[in-house]
Write a protein that binds this ligand. Structure first.
Ligand code: M6R
Length: 609
């Protein structure tokens, strides 16, 4: 999604914009631009395409040296990618960059047109710029103009704004879209996420909803909706610039897959005390777990898939009836809440608009909420009643790997905590679960990472196919959903996940000689049944790869290839299977020459509904 960067201070701002924008590239974008302010006003250079296109343009049309600037990477929503639709947008004395969507922009544009305003682009952002400019012309005060204009806007926005006649000032407001302020040695910054600021500083301040900020070279002032003002309060992030770099790997995705063993340990260990599951460091007591009678998990994409695994584990270990909901559908098919319902939202970025809207819906109904989030201090983390952070570190590749992996590990730990608090598990059983998560799972992932040659060989056999299937039963079906998403989002090969027993009810008609089918079979109790389904597709010509535990008796005629997983506990084997499917997706996309870290049309943090 769109990325914002801005600076005002004593240093040359344009190189900082280019640096920050290059870090924001991971969010996904199709156009880019910079506005630089000097005593003479604000100059803009922008274009469709990647940052190197902007750099070329800047060589032909250099921006004046400036100490105050804003920059933007755009992910098109209103109006296709083009030079004119790229941000920053100018209207009168106002130049701004925007992240989010102004839902009532047509109505606002119609009003502005009546008073003679014309628009160059198809964007909602230009309408926002024109409205702020009209208010500024009338009121002459930036804060009052921004407040009056945004009071008329519906939707989500984070704006970075320059005024021609306010040298050295960057104005900022956010509602519904993320924006972070930061303080460096040479001035003040804004950005849509902390990773873009890591090259410059570690001191940050997360803005509240509806807050306006004025950044000058000397200070940062925050203005609340109630009119009160206060200086920014700075915190220090534990993230390092290295954590947002590739560290010798060709792609962030590969680096992040390799970081999974450590990320799981870091996410589980803070929830273990004396060998038992314990969330007291997150402010969650056993008494709270005892009040939980049912759980609704709400999330999008891979986070929702993590919820599918979590739901099965929560029901099996904790006996808590658990349903999983796609966040964008949650409000339109309102689930029934009853006494003891807990809504758990899951989000790596903590800013996904659909998940945030679902969280707000649950809160508006008075239901207790808990967020499992990776990015600290993000909107979802702040708004939920309780938060449990995954400690995956910054995830840069658009395709989540360690994010999903840590979400599942935290859900599994949570299931053990509830089961232990409610007396469904004794101490020995609870200890065994957390020991498996903390020790065995990281080892199982490491063991799978050593099988890269096999994954590369499997990938070679996939690249010429248009359709692939993943099948499985129980937890393996839940994991198949994630496996299929990983393959299709980065390799662009169509891939479907099916419950192994469901294929024969229609979809088996798509199986042709050579169609690749991956069968996940990690549960010894279900292997025989899954094997019957494998035979069904194999007898129709499918090329079958089975992913199962070492020692599983697989008849030679059932499969073309076997990926063996180190035998062990259920979580260890499942996480080993996860690593295998991630690596198969990665190797396939690499062989196809795809843009692995930034797949087409996708964005890392989906901040629009
Ligand atoms: O940041 P979130 O976890 O809320 O993101 C949810 C989905 O957009 C995300 O999991 C998406 O499906 C992944 N990038 C897929 O790899």
């Amino acid at each position: 999604m769109c990325g914002i960067i801005g600076f005002t201070g004593t240093a040359n701002a344009v190189p900082k914009m280019l640096k920050g924008l290059s870090v924001l590239e991971y969010r996904g974008y199709d156009s880019v631009g910079i506005a630089a302010q000097t005593a003479g006003g604000v100059d803009v250079v922008k274009c469709k395409g990647r940052i190197h296109v902007l750099e070329e343009k800047l060589r032909d049309e250099p921006l004046p040296e400036s100490r105050c600037a804003i920059g933007h990477t755009r992910w098109a929503t209103h109006g296709g990618p083009s030079d004119v639709n790229a941000h920053p947008h100018r209207a009168g004395r106002v130049v701004l960059v925007h992240n989010g969507i102004i839902e009532n922009y047509r109505e606002l544009a119609a009003d502005l047109q009546k008073s003679g305003v014309t628009f160059l682009s198809q964007t909602d952002t230009e309408v926002a710029a024109a409205l702020i400019n009209a208010c500024y012309d009338r009121l002459g005060d930036p804060a009052a103009a921004i407040r009056q204009a945004t009071d008329r806007m519906r939707g989500a926005y984070a704006f970075g704004i320059l005024f021609d006649d306010r040298p050295g000032e960057v104005w900022v407001i956010r509602r519904g879209s993320p924006l972070i302020l930061a303080k460096g040695q040479d001035g003040f910054y804004l950005a849509s996420d902390m990773t873009a600021l890591l090259p410059f500083t570690k001191q940050y301040c997360a803005m509240e909803e509806g807050e306006i900020a004025c950044l000058t070279p000397e200070h940062t002032l925050l203005m609340r909706e109630d009119g009160s003002t206060q200086p920014a309060v700075w915190k220090t992030t534990s993230m390092t610039p290295e954590s947002a770099q590739k560290g010798g790997y060709p792609h962030f995705m590969l680096k992040e897959i390799h970081e999974q063993p450590g990320a799981v340990r870091k996410s589980v260990s803070p929830r273990v005390a004396d060998g038992l599951p314990d969330f007291s460091a997150d402010g969650i007591t056993p008494e709270f777990w005892k009040t939980v009678k049912g759980i609704q998990i709400v999330a999008c994409g891979s986070a929702m898939h993590a919820g599918l695994v979590g739901a099965r584990v929560l029901e099996e270990l904790a006996g808590a009836p658990t349903t999983v909901h796609i966040a964008s559908e949650y409000r339109y098919y309102p689930p029934l809440f009853s006494e003891g319902t807990l809504v758990v939202v899951i989000s790596q970025s903590g800013e996904t608009a659909d998940t945030l809207a679902a969280l707000r819906y649950a809160k508006s109904r008075g239901v207790p909420t808990l967020a499992i989030v990776n990015a600290v201090e993000t909107t979802i983390a702040r708004e939920a009643d309780r938060r449990v952070y995954t400690y995956a570190g910054p995830e840069i590749a658009v395709a989540t790997t360690k994010g999903y992996c840590t979400q599942v590990s935290v859900l599994w730990t949570m299931a053990a905590a509830i089961a232990y608090a409610c007396g469904r598990m004794d101490a020995a059983q609870a200890r065994a679960v957390v020991a498996a998560l903390e020790q065995e799972v990281p080892q199982a992932i490491e063991a799978m990472l050593a099988k890269r040659d096999q994954f590369a060989r499997i990938a070679k056999g996939l690249v010429d196919h248009e359709h692939v299937f993943y099948i499985g039963r129980g937890l393996d079906y839940a994991m198949s959903m994630e496996a299929a998403l990983k393959l299709k989002e980065i390799s662009y090969i169509h891939c479907e996940a099916y419950a192994a027993g469901e294929l024969k009810h229609g979809t088996i008609s798509l199986i042709e000689p050579g169609t690749p089918v991956f069968a996940l079979a990690t549960d010894p109790a279900l292997v025989d049944k899954t094997e019957s389904n494998i035979r069904e597709v194999r007898s129709r010509g499918a090329q079958v790869t089975m992913i199962c535990r070492e020692g599983t008796a697989v008849p030679a005629e059932s499969t073309d290839e076997i990926v063996y997983l180190p035998d062990g506990s259920a979580p260890a084997v499942l996480f080993a299977a996860l690593t295998a499917v991630q690596m198969i997706a990665y190797e396939t996309a690499a062989r196809l020459g795809c843009d692995i870290d930034r797949p087409r049309n996708l964005a890392k943090s989906v901040t629009v509904e």
